[in-house]
Design a protein around this ligand. Sequence first.
Ligand SMILES: C[S@@+](CC[C@H](N)C(=O)[O-])C[C@H]1O[C@@H](n2cnc3c(N)ncnc32)[C@H](O)[C@@H]1O
Length: 219
Amino acid sequence: MPALSTASAVCPGSHSARILHCISLNGVNGTGKRVGDYGIGAGLLGQLLCTEYSVAHYFGIDIASRQLEATAARLDRIPKCNHTLVLQTSKMDFGAFRLDVFISQQVIQHFPSSKYLDDWLAAIQSARIPLVFLEIRYAQPARFSEWVHDKSVTSRIARDSRRDGVKYSKPARQVKFATLVSCEYLLQRIPAYRLDDQWETIKGSASDSVFHACSFILT
Ligand SMILES: C[S@@+](CC[C@H](N)C(=O)[O-])C[C@H]1O[C@@H](n2cnc3c(N)ncnc32)[C@H](O)[C@@H]1O
């Protein structure tokens, strides 16, 4: 079983495996960890965490019940995959899960407003989760103002989705993105943390398709 190891500048692997392969868990082995995954898609990260990292418990949270159903179907087939799947409601309280690690890959760009992002980050901070990994659509300076309809981004996501076997209910070209932030932008909103590392995960041809991962440690 690979240890969840220190980040590298190179992030190979499929979309779902990318964070795990590159993540800066600084040598912390996944065994025995309670790992939260916010915005789970079809549960591919949960599958990896259970099969390759032997986490103690996987908590998958999503706003869409169809994603929870798809993930349940996937994880229920895996022996000894302790998991809890939670439908995100208006109240964001992550403290009850007593998480060791919190991961969110490519979800923030779907948030409806900067206020929503601020509240979400406040909930993470208040839960005092030791390690937090967020993958973001990157822009410097950070902005959160416009919907982005970028064909080069959405068509590549469609390819990524097929490769990972993720089925979206809408064609990928209808995906909308609003959030473009930086790790520093996030850090300003979670002052109990320090930025441990940041690295590029995807770089497309268009500037709007740059993704960064940010790892934060509770101080
Ligand atoms: C692009 S997919 C990413 C899925 C997965 N994290 C991955 O990397 O493969 C975005 C996911 O975030 C979920 N999502 C979007 N907005 C959300 C919100 N406000 N709260 C929770 N989940 C959300 C969607 O339902 C979808 O499952």
